[in-house]
Write a protein that binds this ligand. Sequence first.
Ligand SMILES: O=C(O)C1=C[C@@H](OP(=O)(O)O)[C@@H](O)[C@H](O)C1
Ligand SMILES: C=C(OP(=O)(O)O)C(=O)O
Length: 446
Amino acid sequence: MSHSNTPSPKRFKSSGALTGRIAVPGDKSISHRSLMLGALAVGETRVSGLLEGEDVLSTAAAMRAMGATIHRGDDGVWSIHGVGVGSLLQPEQALDMGNSGTSTRLLMGLVASHPIRAVFTGDPSLSKRPMGRVITPLSQMGASFEASPGGTLPLMLRGISPAVPITYRLPVASAQVKSAVLLAGLNTAGITRVIEPVPTRDHSERMLRGFGAKLDVGEESGERIIEIHGEADLQPQTITVPGDPSSAAFFTIAALLAPGSDLVIENVGLNPTRAALFDVLRDMGGSIEELDRREVGGEPVADLRVKHSALTGIEVDPAVVPAMVDEFPILFVAASLAQGTTTTRGLEELRVKESDRLAAMAAALTLAGAKVEEYGDGLVIEGTGGDPLPGTADGVAITTHLDHRIAMSMAVAGLASDNGVKVDDTAPIATSFPTFETLLSVATSG
Ligand SMILES: O=C(O)C1=C[C@@H](OP(=O)(O)O)[C@@H](O)[C@H](O)C1
Ligand SMILES: C=C(OP(=O)(O)O)C(=O)O
């Protein structure tokens, strides 16, 4: 599913303190996985709090095209009747993955060990992103591919059954690659093993176990070893999706930056493989309190109380990058208003997201008046010490490159600027956070 091709420009301006209580939508990573695993379990899986963003709807459409029955009830609860592991049907048409890397790479894993053929297409942003990282291990398992030059979409995948179980050591820290191999392993007799030198988000492991797959996680020489036993039978589940920390990040930083703010963000997922941003912000001096820590859907969550704070620049430890990989664009905004220098390194992966997020944020923040130096693997930012950014000049807009996180980060920069920041296209926001602008009005309405 792709959003409309007509750009929706908007100038985001300072609108005062953020106060009251808001709840961000469900976690995108967990939403994708609940649809995929629900579609493989025989019987009814029910999912509350599913993110109804375009990326997740692309996954739902693809699972329907491969045989699952998926409905949204009037109460907002999603019902999925799955086909069983090994029984995905060959889709009649190309699977349109829209803007979503997670849908594409995880579904390639699922298709790889089924005796079906599928064509994957995507929007111009997704069509530039590297798929070689999943083509390599899935080819070792026996699947075959006809990809566009450079290993990009559109591509055709011919799955195989029986597939060959492999041991695969991840060459890049990527939960998508890990998950693609584990999902292919679901329908592969024997043990499929992924070695993860650097831990990445573990939602797939948690949810595969929750659906009844036999999955072992061990450690050897500081590396995580994940083993999935195929062929698995998945049992349908009732799932509650926690709020997305990557979406909460925008409101956390907006509240830290806007004088007078005191905002509670309810039900934020705080899985340790995702939540490093909040620790980094605390290290910068941010007041972020966790209220009512609890467990929702097998994941730790809390309500976050965020108060306006003076921030100080820091050197971000590259070791935390995988646990906040999607949060750097918005962290760069916080850094632009902090006192002193913030240094970020080890961010090569940001260059292959929905856009080249280092180049896009360096260009956008510079246009808004921030002091940014771009390096191959990170940005160094000299903050204003709390003063607003100048903002973009009249008639000038920053370029989002079909990247929701660039659009939302620069919207938050606009709130903390004198002249506002004009974003060339807000339409991509609907891929992950369709209620972003509504919640912004709620939080700033006093
Ligand atoms: O597995 C997932 O749900 C995701 C993994 C990350 O991608 P990589 O695995 O490419 O780092 C992240 O950037 C993406 O938003 C979601
Ligand atoms: C990188 C992201 O998503 P995806 O890879 O699924 O497109 C993101 O949401 O920031």
